[in-house]
Design a protein around this ligand. Structure first.
Ligand SMILES: Cc1ncc(COP(=O)(O)O)c(C=O)c1O
Length: 410
């Protein structure tokens, strides 16, 4: 068979060439630039063969993530583009704030909502800048922020009084149309005059409608931020995930991705290509053979039309699975889509078994994850991926299996 065009990459040549650079500057550390897929040679194999490098440099966050996913543990420097403030509030949207922050050491900063969340990160040895998105509300909050070296948002005039004689670094948060947290334009100027320039990290705002990127309001909000921040000469930040994926606010100095880090779609009606990080699974704990006419669960909401087998899974609304889910919602069991039957209980649910081969006790069904989009479950529950991820109950344990090579093929 005639093969298509291909290239053969001799990694030993790359290692040799690296040594040439090293020998030319024996007293310097070497940061190997592996951006643009290592100039077309494959970033991961090249980085793997350059284990002797002191650090790697890439141009895009995605490139850094690819290296980390492949087990490259060197320091990675981002050469260009916006800085990234990874939003890891609400226990990293249910994924576990500390392990997520540890795997995102390539981020330039982290953002959380509560002081307690920041303290958790600091206690785990996370030394990145951490922004309290809602800032501090009293003197005690100021002292905690000082103690844990936290940055703070300033979005209300009273916070200027709290912050003006401190060393805390401040993001001025501007009102541009969300009408939740944000300073009026004239007070932005007051803050910029009152605080020393070294204390101000930048000016930020937040889209109210980025999940509908074509709405004119988004462009207006961005324009307001850029126009009012420009005379101050400060870095700016606008975009959350929906903004980033739509290219809204991505030329600002900082971006603030949240949900997209976890692989969920921030839009309701637009596909994105992200990989879900979370797979929620639960074990089969019982198999039952039903006769025609038998009913399942509280309220006898589902009735077997004919004899069939069903499986009981050890997961219920106490674990955060949405109680409002209806019969017919899918679960993924042994390579097959099955459906939830009847009402969800606190600790269990019953699902169909459509294959002849019965599941075994202990087989794990997936409730959402790589084989079953969380967006589909959220839609059926009249909810959002954000809500489902953040709503997992304390009984649900989190594990972090080592990434398989296959799951990281691009
Ligand atoms: C100020 C701010 N920036 C960024 C984010 C991240 O948003 P998303 O998860 O939609 O990317 C949030 C989350 O609500 C936020 O409050």
């Amino acid at each position: 068979m005639v093969e298509d065009a291909s290239v053969a990459i001799d990694l030993s040549s790359i290692a040799f060439n690296f040594q040439q650079a090293k020998q030319a500057a024996p007293n310097s550390k070497v940061m190997a630039v592996v951006k643009a897929n290592a100039y077309g040679h494959g970033a991961v194999p090249v980085a793997q063969c350059l284990d002797a490098a002191d650090a790697f440099a890439v141009a895009r966050v995605q490139e850094a993530i690819e290296l980390r996913s492949a087990g490259i543990n060197h320091s990675i420097l981002l050469l260009e583009g916006s800085k990234v403030m990874a939003v890891v509030k609400a226990n990293a949207y249910g994924h576990g704030a500390v392990p997520v922050a540890q795997c995102l050491d390539v981020a330039d900063a982290f953002a959380v909502a509560r002081v307690r969340e920041a303290i958790e990160l600091r206690s785990a040895g996370i030394n990145h800048p951490i922004l309290l998105l809602e800032g501090v509300f009293d003197e005690a909050g100021v002292r905690q922020a000082e103690q844990y070296d936290l940055d703070v948002a300033l979005h209300q005039p009273y916070q200027l009084d709290l912050l003006k004689n401190t060393n805390l670094k401040v993001w001025l948060k501007l009102e541009t149309g969300m009408h939740r947290l944000g300073l009026p334009a004239d007070f932005l100027k007051v803050c910029a005059r009152t605080l020393p320039p070294s204390q101000i990290l930048g000016v930020m705002s937040h889209f109210s409608d980025a999940d509908q990127p074509s709405l004119e309001k988004n462009a207006n909000q961005l324009e307001t931020l850029l126009t009012l921040a420009a005379p101050l000469g400060l870095p700016v930040s606008m975009a959350n995930s929906a903004g980033i994926l739509a290219g809204l606010g991505t030329s600002c100095d900082w971006i603030r991705p949240g949900i997209m880090l976890y692989g969920a779609n921030p839009y309701l009606d637009q596909a994105v290509s992200l990989r879900p990080a979370m797979s929620l699974t639960a074990p089969v704990i019982a198999i039952k053979a039903l006769r025609a006419g038998d009913t399942v669960g509280y309220g006898s909401r589902w009735q077997a039309e004919q004899a069939c087998n069903v499986a009981v899974l050890a997961i219920g609304y106490a674990d955060g699975y949405p109680r409002q889910i209806q019969t017919g919602t899918p679960v993924w069991l042994n390579g097959q889509r099955e459906t939830i039957l009847g009402r969800l209980s606190m600790d269990m649910m019953t699902v169909s078994v459509s294959s002849k081969a019965l599941p075994l006790i202990g087989d794990r069904a997936q409730l959402w994850g790589k084989d079953l989009a969380i967006e589909e479950i959220a839609r059926q529950a009249g909810s959002l991926p954000y809500v489902l991820m953040c709503g997992l109950g304390p009984r649900v344990t989190r594990t972090y299996p080592a990434p398989s090579t296959a799951s990281h093929e691009l």
